[in-house]
Ligand binder design. Structure first.
Ligand code: CDP
Length: 211
């Protein structure tokens, strides 16, 4: 039987990571946070004192990326947030990361979250979800995460970072952030994690029942 692939896309801090992890546990699937791939590329460019918009350098780093790099503890800083968004707009970086993402799901299926999973990486995914929430709600969530990580920042700075990345992700030429035509759209602005999970699990069960 073909393994199931669940594609989850949406803007920053929309709740897609939490949802993806819970779906992966519930349906016994491996989980890949594809944002980490772009974060690693950005981190490696910064480690070499490079410019994240330098296509040749960023592509070299993308081609040299391995699974172990995803375990680095320095991928979720505000500096990496912005650099990740910059490397993610480079078409050759995205192309270099495609095989890694597709191979990840080959042996047992997977849940993947990102910006272009349902549109580009797995256009034939069994279930596609597009997770949204208002900018204010997302900023509050990300600010709480940053505080828990003891990162010194303000709600205004977090909000500005999210707004800038959303704009860059939505308007770039290469794989812009948008829902796939056949995606289920879930607005989590007023949904807690349990209710978001319940709605998504229903869609997954419906897809499984049709196979
Ligand atoms: O966790 P958060 O939602 O803040 O971001 P992320 O998912 O870790 O992604 C970091 C950046 O990588 C995003 O701002 C996007 O520019 C980029 N990205 C992408 O272009 N395509 C993906 N499939 C995943 C992330």
């Amino acid at each position: 039987m073909k393994h199931i692939v669940i594609a989850i896309d949406g803007p920053a801090a929309s709740g897609k990571g939490t949802l993806a992890r819970r779906l992966a546990a519930a349906f016994n699937l491996p989980y890949l946070d594809t944002g980490l791939l772009y974060r690693v590329v950005a981190r490696r460019v910064l480690d070499h004192c490079g410019d994240p918009s330098d296509a040749a350098m960023a592509t070299r780093q993308a081609l040299g990326l391995g699974r172990i790099d995803l375990e680095r503890g320095d991928l979720r800083t505000p500096e990496v947030d912005l650099a990740a968004s910059a490397v993610a707009s480079i078409a050759s970086v995205r192309a270099a990361l495609l095989d890694f993402q597709r191979d990840f799901a080959t042996s047992s299926g997977a849940v993947l979250d990102g910006r272009d999973i349902g549109t580009i990486v797995f256009p034939a995914a069994d279930v596609k979800l597009f997770i949204t929430a208002t900018l204010d709600v997302r900023a509050e969530r990300r600010f709480a995460e940053r505080r828990a990580q003891k990162v010194a920042t303000t709600l205004e700075a977090v909000r500005a970072d999210l707004a800038a990345r959303d704009e860059a992700d939505r308007t770039r030429k290469a794989a812009p952030l948008r829902p796939a035509k056949d995606a289920h759209v879930l607005d989590t602005s007023t949904l807690d994690a349990n209710r978001a999970f319940a709605a998504a699990a229903d869609w997954v069960n419906q897809a499984l029942a049709k196979r």
